[in-house]
Write a protein that binds this ligand. Structure first.
Ligand code: MTE
Ligand code: MO
Length: 399
């Protein structure tokens, strides 16, 4: 894990907003080598009005989603990289499926390879789905609940929704000859080995149960109608709807297909709940994400000329059915107007009229999904700060 980031998230951001406003426009800021993008190992530009840099990662600023459509545009989609974005040549790239869960030739490792052009020729499917980092909103454990957690100090911007096109993983598994007794897959990325505090953990990989793989997992090669950008997994990545972001392995290189359960650090030492109330080996590996809501506003920033609040809510356990909003720190609540259907595996946009007088406010939004579960006031503590699903208290100053 990366070292805990102890910087106060609100302060530099507000300053940047003022700078951007003063410069008279978003794209006026210079983007010099040696700035965030160059050091981060991320290929796409990370202009400060769209992203908060977080080491090898970049967090979407929610104010940059104001006025956007349903999807998160690629230029502002968050990036979560364990190591630098690798540059991969699609012409020589292969996706290799192998293991004792394939029929294949006896004596071999039963491998079947797919080229990029093979993928493009197979029956395709397009889905609109969210990818959310398990640590999204982690910093709120500290700022809102006074708890110490380790890991990247994300605000609420480690989430995005895109339209993904690709081949169903089940199609590849069938073509590769998966056997009925296969239980686990181990998809692995082609990015460099991940080294945690001097210990080489190998390439990013996380077991995926065959049942989930067969249900709705996509091997995606397009994002929002474009070839997958380098930072988001070119030439192909998994998209595992509703599951923790780590399941959606980028720069897919190979997938082991196994008749026995598999393990990797990404389902044993990470991506489980650890801490008081959990066994020493942690909870079961995390699967679905929980329910969250956010306003399309700067965090602890300044706004003016506002007549409505806009936000988005999502849940890994079902469609959003209601969102209530408080503009007075939780004293009173009003129902927000939900826009459009909003699918279970993406998010739901909502609006509420608001005509505030100048001053400082604390905004809250609480979503309920179709299972009837509403976001709690307090998120259950775990040492790695996963799945902060409590109602966020969003500070804002109206001028
Ligand atoms: N190969 C590889 N796949 C990966 C990662 C990675 O570092 N390497 N990060 C994972 C994590 S933790 C998340 S949250 C998502 C982020 O996807 P994005 O960067 O496209 O937003 O990718 C996942 N897939
Ligand atoms: Mo993540």
């Amino acid at each position: 894990m990366t070292a805990p980031d102890t910087s106060a998230p609100g302060l530099p951001r507000r300053r940047l907003l003022q700078i951007t406003a003063g410069a008279g426009g978003a794209l006026a800021l210079p983007f010099a080598p040696g700035s965030a993008s160059a050091d981060s190992g991320i290929v796409k530009p990370l202009p400060p009005e769209l992203f908060v840099p977080r080491g090898t990662n970049a967090e979407t600023r929610w104010e940059a989603m104001a006025g956007q459509g349903y999807l998160t545009p690629i230029d502002r989609f968050f990036v979560r990289n364990h190591v630098a974005t690798p540059r991969i040549d699609a012409a020589t790239w292969r996706l290799r499926l192998w293991g004792d869960g394939l029929r294949g030739a006896p004596g071999e490792d039963r491998a079947v390879e797919f080229r990029y052009r093979d993928l493009l020729r197979l029956p395709s499917e397009t889905i609109t789905a969210r990818i959310e980092c398990t640590g999204n909103a982690r910093s709120l454990f500290t700022t809102q609940q006074g708890q110490k957690v380790s890991g990247t100090a994300w605000g609420l911007g480690a989430v995005g929704v895109a339209r993904w096109r690709g081949v169903r993983l089940s199609v590849l598994l069938e073509r590769a000859g998966i056997t009925p007794d296969a239980v686990d897959l181990l998809p692995r990325g082609l990015d460099a080995d991940y080294v945690d505090a001097g210990e080489n953990l190998g390439r990013v990989r996380r077991p995926l149960p065959v049942a989930k793989a067969r249900k709705d997992v996509l091997v995606a090669y397009e994002m929002n109608g474009r070839p997958l950008p380098p930072d988001h997994g070119f030439p192909a990545r998994l998209v595992v709807p509703d599951w923790v972001g780590i399941a959606s392995i980028k720069w897919l290189g190979d997938i082991q297909v196994s008749t026995t359960p598999l393990a990797s650090p990404w389902n044993t030492r990470y991506y489980r709940f650890f801490g008081p109330g959990y066994p020493p080996e942690g909870s079961a590996p995390l699967t679905r994400v929980n329910t969250k809501s956010t306003f399309e506003l700067p965090w602890d920033g300044e706004i003016s000329d506002i007549s409505a609040l806009h936000g988005r809510s999502w849940s890994g356990t079902g469609r959003i059915t209601a969102v209530s909003v408080s503009t007075d720190g939780g004293a009173s609540w009003r129902p927000a107007h939900l826009h459009g259907p909003g699918t279970a595996r993406a998010w739901t946009r909502w609006t509420l009229p608001w005509h505030p007088t100048p001053g400082r406010y604390e905004l809250l939004a609480r979503a309920t999904d179709e299972t009837g579960t509403a976001q709690p006031d307090v998120a259950p503590y775990n040492t790695l700060g996963y799945l902060f699903g409590a109602v966020a208290r969003h500070p804002i100053t109206v001028r």
